[in-house]
Design a protein around this ligand. Structure first.
Ligand code: UDX
Length: 454
Protein backbone atom coordinates (compact mmCIF):
# COMPACT_ATOMS: atom_id res chain seq x y z
CA UNK A 1 0.00 0.00 0.00
CA UNK A 2 1.30 3.46 -0.86
CA UNK A 3 2.34 5.47 2.19
CA UNK A 4 0.59 8.79 2.86
CA UNK A 5 3.07 11.63 3.10
CA UNK A 6 2.89 15.22 4.24
CA UNK A 7 5.19 16.43 1.48
CA UNK A 8 4.32 19.95 0.36
CA UNK A 9 2.35 20.66 3.54
CA UNK A 10 3.56 22.94 6.32
CA UNK A 11 2.57 22.55 9.96
CA UNK A 12 2.85 25.35 12.51
CA UNK A 13 3.67 24.13 16.01
CA UNK A 14 3.72 26.26 19.16
CA UNK A 15 5.05 25.11 22.55
CA UNK A 16 4.23 26.40 26.02
CA UNK A 17 7.67 27.80 26.94
CA UNK A 18 8.65 25.35 29.70
CA UNK A 19 11.00 22.38 29.49
CA UNK A 20 8.37 19.70 30.11
CA UNK A 21 6.31 21.11 27.24
CA UNK A 22 9.03 22.18 24.75
CA UNK A 23 10.63 18.70 24.67
CA UNK A 24 7.50 16.74 23.66
CA UNK A 25 6.43 19.41 21.17
CA UNK A 26 9.79 19.31 19.38
CA UNK A 27 9.66 15.51 19.42
CA UNK A 28 6.22 15.72 17.82
CA UNK A 29 7.73 18.03 15.20
CA UNK A 30 10.42 15.40 14.49
CA UNK A 31 7.79 12.67 14.16
CA UNK A 32 5.69 14.69 11.71
CA UNK A 33 8.81 15.80 9.81
CA UNK A 34 9.65 12.11 9.36
CA UNK A 35 6.22 11.81 7.70
CA UNK A 36 7.19 14.42 5.09
CA UNK A 37 5.66 17.58 6.59
CA UNK A 38 7.59 20.85 6.73
CA UNK A 39 7.73 22.16 10.28
CA UNK A 40 7.64 25.73 11.57
CA UNK A 41 8.01 26.29 15.31
CA UNK A 42 6.39 29.52 16.44
CA UNK A 43 7.73 30.32 19.88
CA UNK A 44 7.85 33.02 22.52
CA UNK A 45 11.09 34.91 23.07
CA UNK A 46 10.85 33.89 26.72
CA UNK A 47 12.50 30.45 27.21
CA UNK A 48 13.13 30.26 23.50
CA UNK A 49 14.20 26.81 22.19
CA UNK A 50 17.61 26.56 20.52
CA UNK A 51 17.07 26.44 16.72
CA UNK A 52 20.49 24.82 16.17
CA UNK A 53 19.22 21.54 17.68
CA UNK A 54 16.65 21.27 14.85
CA UNK A 55 18.20 22.76 11.71
CA UNK A 56 15.53 21.02 9.60
CA UNK A 57 12.79 23.18 11.18
CA UNK A 58 12.00 26.85 10.65
CA UNK A 59 11.90 28.77 13.95
CA UNK A 60 9.80 31.92 14.16
CA UNK A 61 10.06 33.90 17.41
CA UNK A 62 7.17 36.14 18.38
CA UNK A 63 7.77 39.05 20.72
CA UNK A 64 5.37 38.73 23.59
CA UNK A 65 7.50 41.08 25.78
CA UNK A 66 7.78 38.85 28.81
CA UNK A 67 11.01 39.35 30.73
CA UNK A 68 12.78 36.85 32.99
CA UNK A 69 12.29 39.17 35.96
CA UNK A 70 8.55 39.60 35.28
CA UNK A 71 8.20 35.82 34.90
CA UNK A 72 10.02 35.09 38.15
CA UNK A 73 7.92 37.59 40.11
CA UNK A 74 4.62 35.70 39.67
CA UNK A 75 3.46 32.13 40.38
CA UNK A 76 3.27 29.54 37.59
CA UNK A 77 -0.52 29.87 37.17
CA UNK A 78 -0.36 33.62 36.68
CA UNK A 79 2.62 33.21 34.38
CA UNK A 80 0.71 30.80 32.15
CA UNK A 81 -2.28 33.17 32.17
CA UNK A 82 -0.06 36.07 31.20
CA UNK A 83 1.57 34.08 28.38
CA UNK A 84 -1.89 33.26 27.00
CA UNK A 85 -2.76 36.95 26.92
CA UNK A 86 0.57 38.31 25.69
CA UNK A 87 0.88 35.94 22.72
CA UNK A 88 -2.43 36.92 21.11
CA UNK A 89 -1.39 40.06 19.22
CA UNK A 90 2.10 38.95 18.06
CA UNK A 91 0.70 35.56 17.05
CA UNK A 92 -1.99 37.27 14.95
CA UNK A 93 0.71 39.34 13.21
CA UNK A 94 2.85 36.27 12.63
CA UNK A 95 -0.05 34.22 11.20
CA UNK A 96 -1.15 37.11 9.05
CA UNK A 97 2.23 37.02 7.24
CA UNK A 98 2.36 33.23 7.03
CA UNK A 99 -1.17 32.81 5.71
CA UNK A 100 -0.56 35.34 2.93
CA UNK A 101 2.40 33.35 1.61
CA UNK A 102 1.55 31.67 -1.69
CA UNK A 103 4.51 29.27 -1.59
CA UNK A 104 3.17 26.52 0.66
CA UNK A 105 -0.12 25.34 2.11
CA UNK A 106 -0.31 25.67 5.87
CA UNK A 107 -2.29 22.58 6.85
CA UNK A 108 -2.87 23.32 10.51
CA UNK A 109 -1.63 24.82 13.74
CA UNK A 110 -0.63 22.47 16.55
CA UNK A 111 -0.55 24.18 19.94
CA UNK A 112 0.25 23.01 23.43
CA UNK A 113 -3.13 22.45 25.09
CA UNK A 114 -2.29 24.97 27.81
CA UNK A 115 -2.05 27.74 25.18
CA UNK A 116 -5.85 27.89 25.04
CA UNK A 117 -5.91 31.44 23.66
CA UNK A 118 -4.54 30.14 20.34
CA UNK A 119 -7.96 28.64 19.50
CA UNK A 120 -9.65 32.00 18.92
CA UNK A 121 -6.59 33.32 17.08
CA UNK A 122 -6.72 30.33 14.72
CA UNK A 123 -10.49 30.70 14.31
CA UNK A 124 -9.88 34.27 13.17
CA UNK A 125 -7.75 32.93 10.30
CA UNK A 126 -10.02 29.94 9.64
CA UNK A 127 -6.94 27.87 10.43
CA UNK A 128 -7.60 24.41 11.88
CA UNK A 129 -6.03 23.86 15.30
CA UNK A 130 -4.91 20.56 16.71
CA UNK A 131 -3.76 20.30 20.29
CA UNK A 132 -0.83 18.55 21.88
CA UNK A 133 -1.49 17.54 25.46
CA UNK A 134 1.91 16.92 27.02
CA UNK A 135 0.48 15.30 30.17
CA UNK A 136 -1.17 11.89 30.39
CA UNK A 137 -4.72 10.99 29.37
CA UNK A 138 -5.61 9.76 32.86
CA UNK A 139 -4.86 13.10 34.50
CA UNK A 140 -6.73 14.83 31.68
CA UNK A 141 -9.86 12.85 32.53
CA UNK A 142 -9.51 14.25 36.04
CA UNK A 143 -9.10 17.77 34.63
CA UNK A 144 -12.16 17.26 32.44
CA UNK A 145 -14.12 16.14 35.54
CA UNK A 146 -13.41 19.29 37.52
CA UNK A 147 -16.85 20.88 36.91
CA UNK A 148 -18.51 17.70 38.25
CA UNK A 149 -16.11 17.42 41.19
CA UNK A 150 -16.76 21.05 41.97
CA UNK A 151 -20.51 20.50 41.91
CA UNK A 152 -20.04 17.53 44.21
CA UNK A 153 -18.18 19.62 46.78
CA UNK A 154 -14.58 18.39 46.51
CA UNK A 155 -13.14 21.93 46.23
CA UNK A 156 -11.54 23.64 48.00
CA UNK A 157 -9.68 20.49 49.03
CA UNK A 158 -10.04 20.00 52.78
CA UNK A 159 -7.24 18.54 54.89
CA UNK A 160 -9.77 16.48 56.88
CA UNK A 161 -11.01 14.69 53.73
CA UNK A 162 -7.69 13.71 52.13
CA UNK A 163 -8.14 9.95 52.70
CA UNK A 164 -11.71 9.86 51.35
CA UNK A 165 -12.26 8.16 47.98
CA UNK A 166 -13.26 10.24 44.96
CA UNK A 167 -16.20 7.99 44.08
CA UNK A 168 -16.55 9.56 40.63
CA UNK A 169 -12.95 8.66 39.71
CA UNK A 170 -11.79 5.41 41.30
CA UNK A 171 -9.16 4.64 42.56
CA UNK A 172 -8.34 8.28 43.34
CA UNK A 173 -8.56 9.68 46.84
CA UNK A 174 -9.08 13.35 47.63
CA UNK A 175 -5.33 13.68 48.29
CA UNK A 176 -4.62 12.64 44.67
CA UNK A 177 -6.65 15.46 43.12
CA UNK A 178 -4.66 18.08 41.18
CA UNK A 179 -3.72 21.27 42.94
CA UNK A 180 -0.99 23.87 42.66
CA UNK A 181 0.72 26.34 44.95
CA UNK A 182 -1.04 29.63 44.27
CA UNK A 183 -2.66 32.40 46.26
CA UNK A 184 -5.93 31.68 44.48
CA UNK A 185 -6.60 27.90 44.17
CA UNK A 186 -10.01 28.52 42.55
CA UNK A 187 -8.26 30.34 39.70
CA UNK A 188 -6.36 27.12 38.90
CA UNK A 189 -9.61 25.16 38.45
CA UNK A 190 -11.05 27.99 36.34
CA UNK A 191 -7.97 27.84 34.18
CA UNK A 192 -8.21 24.06 33.76
CA UNK A 193 -11.87 24.27 32.77
CA UNK A 194 -10.97 26.85 30.14
CA UNK A 195 -8.15 24.86 28.59
CA UNK A 196 -10.23 21.66 28.54
CA UNK A 197 -13.03 23.55 26.73
CA UNK A 198 -10.58 24.87 24.12
CA UNK A 199 -9.28 21.33 23.60
CA UNK A 200 -12.85 20.27 22.84
CA UNK A 201 -13.10 23.14 20.34
CA UNK A 202 -9.99 21.93 18.48
CA UNK A 203 -9.86 19.50 15.56
CA UNK A 204 -8.20 16.76 17.59
CA UNK A 205 -5.93 16.06 20.55
CA UNK A 206 -2.53 14.36 20.28
CA UNK A 207 -1.24 12.49 23.32
CA UNK A 208 2.29 11.53 24.31
CA UNK A 209 0.97 8.22 25.58
CA UNK A 210 0.03 4.80 24.27
CA UNK A 211 -3.19 2.83 24.22
CA UNK A 212 -1.91 -0.09 26.33
CA UNK A 213 -0.90 2.24 29.18
CA UNK A 214 -4.02 4.40 29.43
CA UNK A 215 -6.73 2.47 27.62
CA UNK A 216 -9.56 3.26 30.04
CA UNK A 217 -8.78 7.00 30.18
CA UNK A 218 -8.53 7.16 26.40
CA UNK A 219 -11.84 5.31 26.05
CA UNK A 220 -13.45 7.79 28.43
CA UNK A 221 -12.05 10.73 26.46
CA UNK A 222 -13.44 9.27 23.25
CA UNK A 223 -16.87 9.28 24.93
CA UNK A 224 -16.49 12.81 26.27
CA UNK A 225 -15.01 14.40 23.17
CA UNK A 226 -16.55 14.52 19.74
CA UNK A 227 -13.12 15.12 18.16
CA UNK A 228 -10.44 12.53 17.35
CA UNK A 229 -7.93 11.46 20.00
CA UNK A 230 -4.46 10.41 18.85
CA UNK A 231 -2.26 8.56 21.37
CA UNK A 232 0.99 8.30 19.39
CA UNK A 233 3.60 8.09 22.17
CA UNK A 234 6.02 7.54 23.63
CA UNK A 235 7.33 10.33 21.39
CA UNK A 236 11.02 10.05 22.32
CA UNK A 237 11.09 6.37 21.34
CA UNK A 238 10.00 6.92 17.74
CA UNK A 239 13.65 7.24 16.77
CA UNK A 240 15.84 4.18 17.44
CA UNK A 241 18.97 6.34 17.15
CA UNK A 242 17.76 8.43 20.12
CA UNK A 243 15.83 11.71 20.26
CA UNK A 244 17.31 15.17 19.67
CA UNK A 245 18.02 17.17 22.83
CA UNK A 246 15.91 20.24 23.49
CA UNK A 247 17.26 21.03 26.94
CA UNK A 248 17.05 24.65 28.03
CA UNK A 249 19.84 23.92 30.54
CA UNK A 250 23.14 22.26 29.61
CA UNK A 251 23.20 18.65 30.79
CA UNK A 252 26.26 17.68 32.84
CA UNK A 253 27.42 14.53 31.05
CA UNK A 254 30.15 13.80 33.64
CA UNK A 255 27.48 11.86 35.57
CA UNK A 256 27.51 9.20 32.83
CA UNK A 257 31.20 8.47 33.52
CA UNK A 258 30.34 8.27 37.23
CA UNK A 259 27.47 5.85 36.46
CA UNK A 260 29.94 3.72 34.47
CA UNK A 261 31.81 3.06 37.74
CA UNK A 262 28.69 1.82 39.61
CA UNK A 263 27.21 -1.68 39.83
CA UNK A 264 24.25 -2.65 37.65
CA UNK A 265 20.84 -1.67 39.05
CA UNK A 266 22.38 -0.08 42.13
CA UNK A 267 21.92 3.69 41.68
CA UNK A 268 18.92 5.76 42.77
CA UNK A 269 18.50 8.62 40.27
CA UNK A 270 16.77 11.61 41.89
CA UNK A 271 15.21 14.49 39.96
CA UNK A 272 12.13 16.64 40.42
CA UNK A 273 11.97 18.04 36.90
CA UNK A 274 12.27 21.60 35.69
CA UNK A 275 9.75 23.54 37.79
CA UNK A 276 9.15 22.00 41.23
CA UNK A 277 10.82 23.53 44.27
CA UNK A 278 11.36 22.32 47.84
CA UNK A 279 12.18 23.89 51.21
CA UNK A 280 15.61 23.74 52.84
CA UNK A 281 14.23 21.36 55.46
CA UNK A 282 12.91 18.99 52.76
CA UNK A 283 16.24 19.19 50.95
CA UNK A 284 18.06 18.08 54.09
CA UNK A 285 15.64 15.20 54.70
CA UNK A 286 16.29 14.02 51.13
CA UNK A 287 20.07 14.34 51.61
CA UNK A 288 20.05 12.32 54.85
CA UNK A 289 17.55 9.78 53.53
CA UNK A 290 19.80 9.14 50.53
CA UNK A 291 22.94 8.99 52.67
CA UNK A 292 21.36 6.60 55.19
CA UNK A 293 19.94 4.29 52.51
CA UNK A 294 23.50 3.15 51.73
CA UNK A 295 22.61 3.00 48.01
CA UNK A 296 24.64 5.03 45.51
CA UNK A 297 22.71 8.01 44.19
CA UNK A 298 22.78 10.53 41.35
CA UNK A 299 20.91 13.66 42.35
CA UNK A 300 19.83 16.56 40.14
CA UNK A 301 19.83 19.71 42.26
CA UNK A 302 18.70 22.34 39.79
CA UNK A 303 19.64 25.92 40.71
CA UNK A 304 16.30 27.21 42.02
CA UNK A 305 15.17 23.81 43.35
CA UNK A 306 15.71 24.85 46.98
CA UNK A 307 13.63 27.89 47.87
CA UNK A 308 15.82 30.71 49.18
CA UNK A 309 19.12 29.05 48.18
CA UNK A 310 21.35 29.45 45.19
CA UNK A 311 22.45 25.83 45.08
CA UNK A 312 23.97 23.44 47.66
CA UNK A 313 24.57 25.89 50.54
CA UNK A 314 22.18 24.10 52.97
CA UNK A 315 24.25 20.85 52.80
CA UNK A 316 26.36 20.28 55.94
CA UNK A 317 30.04 20.83 55.19
CA UNK A 318 31.87 17.81 53.72
CA UNK A 319 28.52 15.97 53.39
CA UNK A 320 29.31 14.58 49.92
CA UNK A 321 33.01 13.97 50.68
CA UNK A 322 32.03 11.90 53.72
CA UNK A 323 30.04 9.56 51.48
CA UNK A 324 33.26 8.40 49.84
CA UNK A 325 32.03 8.74 46.26
CA UNK A 326 28.66 7.03 46.88
CA UNK A 327 26.76 10.13 45.73
CA UNK A 328 26.99 12.44 42.73
CA UNK A 329 25.20 15.77 42.35
CA UNK A 330 24.64 17.67 39.09
CA UNK A 331 22.68 20.80 38.19
CA UNK A 332 21.03 19.13 35.18
CA UNK A 333 21.42 15.60 33.82
CA UNK A 334 21.01 14.04 30.38
CA UNK A 335 17.95 12.29 31.82
CA UNK A 336 17.04 9.93 28.99
CA UNK A 337 20.64 8.70 28.88
CA UNK A 338 20.76 8.35 32.68
CA UNK A 339 17.55 6.29 32.81
CA UNK A 340 18.85 4.02 30.04
CA UNK A 341 22.09 3.35 31.95
CA UNK A 342 22.50 -0.17 33.36
CA UNK A 343 23.66 1.21 36.73
CA UNK A 344 20.32 2.92 37.43
CA UNK A 345 18.00 0.83 39.61
CA UNK A 346 15.30 3.33 40.56
CA UNK A 347 14.07 6.82 39.73
CA UNK A 348 12.93 9.02 42.60
CA UNK A 349 10.72 11.42 40.67
CA UNK A 350 8.08 14.14 41.04
CA UNK A 351 6.10 12.24 38.36
CA UNK A 352 5.97 14.93 35.72
CA UNK A 353 4.49 13.11 32.75
CA UNK A 354 7.71 13.15 30.69
CA UNK A 355 9.74 11.72 33.55
CA UNK A 356 7.10 9.07 34.25
CA UNK A 357 7.01 7.97 30.63
CA UNK A 358 10.81 8.06 30.26
CA UNK A 359 11.14 5.83 33.33
CA UNK A 360 8.59 3.34 31.99
CA UNK A 361 10.34 3.24 28.61
CA UNK A 362 13.64 2.29 30.24
CA UNK A 363 12.05 -0.21 32.65
CA UNK A 364 13.11 1.76 35.74
CA UNK A 365 10.96 1.42 38.92
CA UNK A 366 9.89 4.72 40.48
CA UNK A 367 9.78 6.26 43.93
CA UNK A 368 7.08 8.92 43.72
CA UNK A 369 7.05 12.37 45.33
CA UNK A 370 4.43 14.25 43.32
CA UNK A 371 4.43 18.02 43.75
CA UNK A 372 1.62 19.71 41.80
CA UNK A 373 -0.92 19.69 38.94
CA UNK A 374 -1.15 16.33 37.11
CA UNK A 375 1.68 14.75 39.12
CA UNK A 376 -0.46 13.44 41.99
CA UNK A 377 -2.68 11.55 39.58
CA UNK A 378 0.36 10.17 37.72
CA UNK A 379 1.89 9.02 41.01
CA UNK A 380 -1.32 7.27 42.08
CA UNK A 381 -1.41 5.32 38.81
CA UNK A 382 2.32 4.50 38.99
CA UNK A 383 2.00 3.09 42.50
CA UNK A 384 -1.51 1.59 42.65
CA UNK A 385 -2.65 0.83 39.10
CA UNK A 386 0.38 0.07 36.95
CA UNK A 387 2.30 -0.97 40.09
CA UNK A 388 5.62 0.23 38.71
CA UNK A 389 6.63 2.31 41.72
CA UNK A 390 6.06 3.17 45.36
CA UNK A 391 4.71 6.44 46.68
CA UNK A 392 6.35 8.35 49.53
CA UNK A 393 3.12 8.92 51.40
CA UNK A 394 3.93 11.48 54.04
CA UNK A 395 5.93 14.64 54.10
CA UNK A 396 9.59 14.10 53.19
CA UNK A 397 11.14 12.33 56.15
CA UNK A 398 14.63 10.76 56.18
CA UNK A 399 13.53 7.48 57.80
CA UNK A 400 10.63 6.95 55.40
CA UNK A 401 12.92 7.82 52.49
CA UNK A 402 15.51 5.28 53.62
CA UNK A 403 12.85 2.56 54.09
CA UNK A 404 11.22 3.28 50.71
CA UNK A 405 14.53 3.19 48.84
CA UNK A 406 15.29 -0.20 50.41
CA UNK A 407 11.82 -1.50 49.55
CA UNK A 408 12.28 -0.65 45.87
CA UNK A 409 15.97 -1.57 45.55
CA UNK A 410 16.23 -4.78 47.56
CA UNK A 411 12.82 -6.08 48.72
CA UNK A 412 10.45 -8.65 47.13
CA UNK A 413 8.02 -5.86 46.32
CA UNK A 414 10.87 -4.27 44.37
CA UNK A 415 11.20 -7.40 42.22
CA UNK A 416 7.50 -7.41 41.41
CA UNK A 417 7.64 -3.71 40.52
CA UNK A 418 10.63 -4.33 38.26
CA UNK A 419 8.75 -7.13 36.43
CA UNK A 420 5.72 -4.86 35.95
CA UNK A 421 7.75 -1.97 34.58
CA UNK A 422 9.65 -4.26 32.18
CA UNK A 423 6.30 -5.52 30.94
CA UNK A 424 5.11 -1.94 30.26
CA UNK A 425 8.44 -1.10 28.61
CA UNK A 426 7.83 -3.97 26.18
CA UNK A 427 4.26 -2.83 25.51
CA UNK A 428 5.52 0.69 24.75
CA UNK A 429 8.00 -0.74 22.25
CA UNK A 430 5.36 -2.87 20.54
CA UNK A 431 2.96 0.08 20.27
CA UNK A 432 5.46 1.88 18.02
CA UNK A 433 6.11 -1.06 15.69
CA UNK A 434 4.23 -1.45 12.40
CA UNK A 435 0.67 -2.51 13.29
CA UNK A 436 1.08 -1.31 16.91
CA UNK A 437 -1.43 1.07 18.48
CA UNK A 438 0.68 4.25 18.37
CA UNK A 439 1.96 3.42 14.90
CA UNK A 440 -1.60 3.09 13.59
CA UNK A 441 -2.79 6.17 15.48
CA UNK A 442 0.01 8.20 13.87
CA UNK A 443 -1.03 6.97 10.42
CA UNK A 444 -4.56 8.15 11.25
CA UNK A 445 -3.25 11.53 12.39
CA UNK A 446 -1.27 12.06 9.17
CA UNK A 447 -4.27 11.11 7.02
CA UNK A 448 -6.56 13.39 9.02
CA UNK A 449 -4.16 16.36 8.82
CA UNK A 450 -4.02 15.97 5.05
CA UNK A 451 -7.81 16.02 4.86
CA UNK A 452 -8.24 19.12 7.07
CA UNK A 453 -9.76 22.01 5.20
CA UNK A 454 -8.87 25.39 6.60
C1 UDX B 1 5.92 19.95 33.70
C2 UDX B 1 4.99 19.32 34.72
O1 UDX B 1 5.60 19.26 35.97
C3 UDX B 1 4.52 17.99 34.29
O2 UDX B 1 3.70 17.43 35.29
C4 UDX B 1 3.78 18.11 33.00
O3 UDX B 1 3.31 16.85 32.63
C5 UDX B 1 4.73 18.69 31.98
O4 UDX B 1 5.29 19.90 32.42
P1 UDX B 1 8.35 19.12 34.56
O5 UDX B 1 7.93 19.44 35.93
O6 UDX B 1 9.59 19.73 34.09
O7 UDX B 1 7.20 19.40 33.50
O8 UDX B 1 8.48 17.52 34.51
P2 UDX B 1 8.55 16.48 33.34
O9 UDX B 1 7.26 16.37 32.62
O10 UDX B 1 9.04 15.24 33.96
O11 UDX B 1 9.63 17.04 32.32
C6 UDX B 1 10.98 17.24 32.64
C7 UDX B 1 11.82 16.99 31.42
O12 UDX B 1 13.12 17.50 31.69
C8 UDX B 1 11.97 15.51 31.10
O13 UDX B 1 11.85 15.31 29.70
C9 UDX B 1 13.36 15.17 31.57
O14 UDX B 1 14.02 14.19 30.77
C10 UDX B 1 14.08 16.49 31.44
N1 UDX B 1 15.18 16.59 32.45
C11 UDX B 1 14.88 16.70 33.76
C12 UDX B 1 16.47 16.55 31.99
O15 UDX B 1 16.73 16.42 30.80
N2 UDX B 1 17.46 16.65 32.92
C13 UDX B 1 17.23 16.77 34.24
O16 UDX B 1 18.19 16.88 35.00
C14 UDX B 1 15.89 16.81 34.68
Amino acid sequence: MEKVTGKGHRLLLMPLPFQGHITPLLHLGDILYSKGFSITIIHTSFNSPDPSTHPHFTFLPIHESLSESEASSIDSLHLVDLINVRIIQPLKECLDKLMRSKEETVSCFIADAVLHSTQSVCDGFKLRRLVLRTGGATSFVVFASIPLLRENGYFPIQESRLEEPVVELPPLKVKDLPKIETRDPEAFYEFVVQFVEECKASSGVIWNSFEELESSALAKLRQLFSIPIYPIGPFHKHFPEGSTSSSLLTPDTSCISWLDTQEHNSVVYVSFGSIASITKAEFLEIAWGLANSMQPFLWVVRPGLIRGSEWLEPLPSRFMENLGGRGYIVKWAPQEQVLAHVAVGAFWTHNGWNSTLESICEGVPMICSPCFADQKVNAKYVSDVWRVGVKLENKLDREEIEKTIRKVMVGDEGKEIKDNVLDLKEKAKISLKEGGSSYSSLDGLVTDILSLKS
